[in-house]
Design a binder for this molecule. Structure first.
Ligand code: FES
Length: 149
């Protein structure tokens, strides 16, 4: 039986081995390459996307487990890169190398959807699993605070 899921608002058939990690389905089959591979073990957050609005790790999520679910990637977060977090990221010049930033933004968007006025402690708790090798953590926190205003 053919399964489908909804990715960035479009219905997509899962015509692959259902055990394939969502990360590779997004990147290799659909060419949504904004979602990055970091550790492949659910430990770094680079591959964070939304499942029905909640942050998940695409590298450890089998695509076959997502039938009829809604996935959002960084490409689908806003129409023109105008999500408040994306604006705040630019205003604060958050990225350094940039590799982890899509995952950071997707996790932050999930946080703000549940908590519109997070404290610094809320932000630190929510973001602690997203690793940045350049150490942009202070700018990430400032951008989240700005987007929440
Ligand atoms: Fe998925 Fe690191 S690549 S958590």
């Amino acid at each position: 039986m053919t399964k489908t899921l909804i990715i960035n608002g479009e219905t997509v058939s899962i015509d692959v081995d259902e055990s394939m990690p969502l990360l590779w389905f997004l990147r290799d089959r659909l060419e949504f390459t904004g979602t990055k591979f970091g550790c492949g073990s659910g430990l770094c957050g680079a591959c964070t996307v939304h499942l029905n609005g909640q942050a998940i790790r695409a590298c450890v999520t089998p695509v076959g487990s997502l039938a009829d679910q809604s996935i959002t990637t960084i490409e689908g977060l806003s129409d023109n890169g105008d999500h408040p977090l994306q604006k705040a990221w630019l205003d604060n010049r958050v990225p350094q190398c940039g590799y982890c930033q899509a995952g950071q933004i997707m996790n932050a968007a999930s946080l703000l959807s549940q908590n519109t006025q997070p404290s610094d402690q809320d932000i630190e708790m929510a973001m602690q699993g997203n690793i940045c090798r350049c150490g942009t953590y202070q700018r990430i926190k400032k951008a989240i605070r700005d987007a929440a205003d």
